[in-house]
Design a protein around this ligand. Structure first.
Ligand code: CU
Length: 596
């Protein structure tokens, strides 16, 4: 890229002020096609630079209206980037909404119309399918609002029949955040079956914040807030021969690449001893994180106040009990953690790292051919740094860091109605109307070929394992609105999986048959791998909440390792209206999406 264009890209990336934007736009207009290609480059910061906060868009007068253009760009190394650009050139902005706000998101798929066609059955275009599309290609996309408790309806959070092609007209997403929605960190990403992994690896993701966590937990009130988004991507410089230390994927922090083999960390600047509120999103397609903050090599306690967008002990009194002090935080792909960090003193060597995560024995054949990847293990998740935490003293001396770093802003004070989550019956005390056993399993496509790629299944016990059929609208599981169910999720394969269900949060009741009392809800949970000989499969018992009257319709549950989801590890659940329900289901009726 010519220097002038890379400067424009960087300027747009940093969200330059109006005169600068006008100047950049003049340059873009005057330079025609070449400038256009720079604009489409999904610009990314250099390795070792400051992890700038993403641009932010806040609702005004109860409405946030935004235009997204979905773009792709192939970089010099041949790696595909994907990005969401707003009309002013901001990339992957954080959408900040208050409970009760309306989001209107105008979405245009501006990918080139290429890609391997995957014809779907003709009945897919039948009336009732959201966008009527009949063919899915690598250029198809859509949006999922991960973790939000909003209806699985067309134009809201519907991912099964919403397929947006490059030829599709602009599509409007329009939904209101429920007034009693838990405050915290959520995110948006594409969800076209078969192509989600490639788009998310390319960087297609952004954060959403539902305001008001300082009312659920006054301990974070007034703290400087820092949003950190970890993404994974194809390894930039693979080893030329098998290297057991090569990660399956490279990582980035707020798009600053932290790449194998050097792992040059990004930079975070902080005032000495400053207490901050960190919100961390694992927007990786496939990669687990096990976060730690180290001072002089020693792990520090992190005060966790929220997981997967829901405050700890949400809706209960005694704020001081709403904090879990942890020396590390495991985040499966799609997981979020919000925690308090006590900053280091001047002169302390401080780092944010991810520890190694064992996802199963090496050598599984997830990818097309072992010969195509010199990594010994396509899932390898070694320990590596993410950021150097640089103490910036009171004189402003930051040890040579980028002076342009935007100060972390204090949490906005949310002046809404008092939260009413506490008035709902806790999920822990609800009576389940049904138990189900659901299991993850895998099988080589060609059992005679040890190098064959795998097929991935998520199956209810008693049914035949099958890969997800994107042409089918037949739900795998049917429940009724008002029901609470207990699901035992087993892992019968030799690698970890991350269970996720749309539209609702769940409570973890047992881990490997041992009851636990976890005072928080999740929407994505790790299920450890089976070692191949222990008689019992590793399992997690969950309490699923279908009580919310707004959550009626068909939506997916799946493994959130997107390689597995694209490979078939997904099913559909239909929540029928309550009036068709029989038996004791209505006894659990409540208005809450997630109260406990
Ligand atoms: Cu999986």
């Amino acid at each position: 890229m010519p220097p002038v264009f890379s400067r424009i890209g960087r300027a747009l990336w940093r969200g330059c002020p109006l005169p600068c934007l006008l100047f950049s736009l003049c340059l873009l207009t005057a330079s025609g096609a070449r400038a256009q290609s720079a604009f489409e480059a999904c610009p990314r910061p250099q390795a070792g630079s400051v992890a700038q906060p993403p641009p932010e868009l806040r609702s005004q007068n109860g409405v946030l209206e935004v235009h997204f253009s979905f773009r792709t760009f192939t970089d010099a190394a041949g790696v595909s980037r994907y990005c969401y650009l707003t009309s002013d050139g901001s990339q992957a902005p954080t959408l900040r909404l208050r409970p009760g706000d309306l989001l209107v998101l105008h979405f245009k798929n501006d990918l080139p119309a290429v890609g391997a066609a995957l014809p779907m059955h003709s009945h897919d275009a039948r009336p009732g399918a959201c966008t009527g599309a009949s063919t899915m290609t690598a250029s198809s996309t859509n949006l999922h609002f991960h973790g939000l408790v909003i209806p699985p309806k067309c134009h809201q959070d519907e991912t099964v029949t919403t397929l947006l092609q490059p030829s599709s007209p602009e599509f409007e997403y329009r939904f209101r955040v429920p007034k009693d929605h838990p405050p915290g960190l959520y995110w948006y990403h594409p969800h076209p079956h078969g192509f989600s992994e490639a788009q998310v690896l390319g960087g297609a993701s952004g954060a959403m914040i539902i305001e008001g966590i300082e009312r659920a937990n006054p301990l974070v009130s007034g703290l400087p807030e820092r949003l950190l988004i970890v993404r994974d991507q194809r390894v930039e410089s693979p080893a030329t021969k098998p290297d057991p230390n090569q990660p399956g994927k490279d990582l980035s922090l707020n798009f600053v690449p932290v790449s194998y083999p050097g792992y040059t960390p990004a930079v975070l600047t902080i005032k000495p001893g400053q207490r901050e509120f960190w919100r961390v999103l694992n927007a990786s397609a496939d990669t687990y994180l096990d976060l730690q903050v180290l001072f002089g090599g020693k792990p520090q306690y992190l005060g966790v106040v929220g997981l997967d967008g829901v405050p700890i002990r949400y809706g209960t009194p005694n704020a001081e009990k709403h904090i879990l002090w942890e020396s590390h935080v495991l985040l499966p792909p799609a997981g979020r953690a919000e925690f308090v960090v006590n900053g280091p003193a001047t002169g302390v060597d401080a780092q944010l790292i991810t520890q190694a995560v064992e996802t199963g024995p090496p050598g599984d054949a997830d990818t097309a051919s072992p010969a195509s990847t010199p990594a010994a293990d396509d899932d390898n998740t070694p320990s590596r740094p993410l950021a150097r935490i640089l103490v910036k003293d009171s004189d402003g001396n930051d040890g040579g860091a980028d002076q342009s770093v935007r100060a972390t802003s204090a949490l906005p004070v949310y002046q809404g109605q008092p939260e009413n989550a506490s008035s709902f019956p806790p999920l822990a005390e609800a009576t389940p109307v049904r138990q189900r056993r659901i299991y993850f399993s895998e099988k080589p496509r060609d059992p005679k070929n040890p190098n064959a790629t795998m097929q991935f299944f998520i199956t209810e016990e008693g049914h035949t394992p099958k890969v997800f059929d994107s042409s089918s609208r037949v739900p795998d599981i049917v429940v009724h609105q008002g029901d609470v169910e207990d699901w035992l999720i087993e892992n019968r394969s030799s690698e970890t999986h991350a269970f996720h269900i749309h539209q609702t949060h769940f409570l973890v009741l047992e881990r490997h048959g041992v009851p636990v009392r976890e005072p928080y809800l999740r929407d994505t949970i790790n299920v450890p791998y089976w070692d191949g000989f222990t008689p019992d499969y590793p399992s997690i018992k969950l309490r699923l909440d279908f009580r919310d009257p707004a959550i009626v319709g068909t939506f997916p549950y799946h493994c959130h390792i997107l390689q597995h989801e694209d490979g078939g590890m997904m099913g559909l659940i239909r929540v029928e209206p309550a009036e068709k329900s029989t038996g004791p289901a209505k006894s659990n009726s409540a208005k809450t999406p997630a109260g406990r």
